[in-house]
Design a binder for this molecule. Structure first.
Ligand code: SF4
Length: 256
């Protein structure tokens, strides 16, 4: 199947079935989303949603967070991964927002990546979700699922995946495609054991088709071997019968 055909089927399926896919992180303004996305690195959205209500209540904006101590923030986020670093990043990020951006989250990707704790992926999420700028953030789910389906070829890094997706997806679907891939990876195309048996994408998924072709080839080879073995056995049985028959009718041997 041609790559373009795969992209077409991918966009068709999700446009029809999940046209309004959104992030599962809870937030009510750009500042909260930025905090939640920084916290979500190497952690689950579920865990982040458990701790952010109290965190947002205590630090509702960049100003309040910029005045907090790292230790105080740590106490609110201790159950997420890398709480020490993340607490430092959050305070540093809020201080920079206050010092350089008037307490607001800047819409430019180049400015966002200057904030502590904000890398390319986080900046892509913010510009896409908050400012509706075409961008696609590549996290572990996007990386894996895009590769399995066959939307990418030999893409070894998140940046390579990002470039190939941008090159091939219709511009207006970039933002939502990020959520399609994440949600599909989170609930169906699991890292260790993809649930292909319930997946609606098997008719164009490269991973599924390759796995099935391999299985079919292995089955055919096993059947051929069995056939050969049976034929050999039949031949041997026939030869044995013939030999036994000969012995039983040989008078000289009967006398022995
Ligand atoms: S068919 Fe399997 S490998 Fe392909 S996208 Fe679906 S779950 Fe993932």
């Amino acid at each position: 199947m041609l790559k373009q055909e795969r992209y077409r089927l991918f966009v068709d399926y999700f446009s029809k079935h999940q046209p309004n896919a959104v992030t599962e992180l809870h937030y009510s303004n750009p500042f909260e989303l930025l905090v939640a996305v920084i916290l979500s690195a190497q952690c689950t959205d579920k865990r982040i949603n458990q701790i952010t209500p109290a965190l947002f209540e205590r630090f509702p904006d960049a100003e309040s967070l910029s005045k907090a101590s790292v230790e105080e923030v740590f106490a609110y986020i201790r159950s997420v991964s890398y709480p020490n670093n993340k607490a430092k990043h959050l305070v540093g990020m809020a201080q920079m927002l206050m010092g350089k951006y008037n307490g607001e989250v800047p819409p430019e990707h180049a400015e966002l990546v200057k904030l502590p704790g904000v890398g390319r992926k986080t900046a892509n999420v913010i510009v896409s979700v908050i400012f509706d700028i075409p961008a696609i953030a590549v996290d572990t789910h996007v990386f894996r699922v895009a590769n399995r389906i066959g939307l990418t070829t030999n893409a070894k890094t998140p940046l390579a995946v990002e470039k190939q997706l941008i090159e091939n997806l219709p511009k207006q679907t970039l933002g939502v495609a990020h959520h399609w891939l994440i949600l599909h990876g989170r609930y169906i195309c699991l890292a260790r054991r993809p649930k292909c048996e319930v997946c609606p994408l098997t008719h164009f998924c490269r991973y599924y088709q390759r796995a099935n072709t391999t299985t079919a080839l292995l089955r055919a080879a096993a059947a051929e071997q069995k056939k050969l073995k049976n034929a050999k056995k039949k031949k041997l049985d026939k030869a044995t019968d013939k030999a036994l028959k000969k012995i039983s009718i040989d008078p000289s041997r009967q006398a022995e």
